[in-house]
Design a protein around this ligand. Structure first.
Ligand code: S3P
Length: 193
């Protein structure tokens, strides 16, 4: 899969909706999303970067100067705006999909793809950088496990789940393209009615 015809079919089924990458820090949302956008010939947008632009501050500074609730409110507003500007591939920050308004906007105007990863992979990946405020309070492995417990049941509401693993990003991209070519569960149940 992934030939020009199926890529065009995905784009025409998408219309002006967005493909929205969801999942925990380190699962590869931006790296995979960027490559997926390039394959599909769509713009790639990183929600965290858009939040930083809107605030004129880095995410680290927003957290340290204003606190997490302020960041979450900014994140919700930026996501509401971005969801009106498809088609695009949009990488969200790990907490964005936890907001019910954001999930509703994504359900209405997007196709969500959860990159599901296990704990060792996430811990290894986030260990490469020290810029994530949530991982600064305590042992990253413990924090990440708690985030998995809280968030995985919610991420599971995404339209598609793809296992993120230690393979080239292009392998994951090919898998997403293959999954997008098949009818979505929602489209299938409509057909069955
Ligand atoms: C967060 C994830 C980060 C960033 C912020 C909070 C989270 O984005 O939005 O530090 O709550 O999981 P990435 O998932 O892109 O690292």
């Amino acid at each position: 899969m992934g030939d020009a015809q199926s890529l065009e079919a995905i784009k025409s089924a998408l219309g002006d909706k967005s493909i929205v990458m969801v999942g925990l820090m380190g699962c590869g949302k931006s790296a995979v999303g960027r490559r997926l956008a390039a394959r599909l010939g769509l713009p790639f947008v990183d929600a965290d970067e858009e939040i930083e632009k809107a605030a004129g501050q880095s995410i680290e500074d927003i957290f340290s100067e204003h606190g997490e609730p302020y960041f979450r409110e900014g994140e919700r507003k930026v996501l509401a705006r971005l969801m009106r500007s498809g088609p695009q591939v949009l990488a969200t920050g790990g907490g964005a999909f936890m907001n019910a308004d954001t999930r509703a906007a994504i359900a209405e105007r997007g196709i969500s793809v959860w990159l599901k990863a296990d704990l060792p992979l996430l811990v290894r990946r986030v260990g490469k950088r020290n810029n994530r405020p949530l991982l600064k309070d305590g042992d990253p492995q413990t924090v990440m496990q708690k985030l998995m417990d809280d968030r995985y049941p919610v991420y599971a509401q995404a339209d598609l789940t793809v296992e993120s693993r230690d393979v080239l990003h292009d392998v994951i991209v090919a898998e997403i393209i293959e999954r997008l070519t098949a009818p979505l569960p929602s489209a299938r149940s409509e057909e069955a009615q």
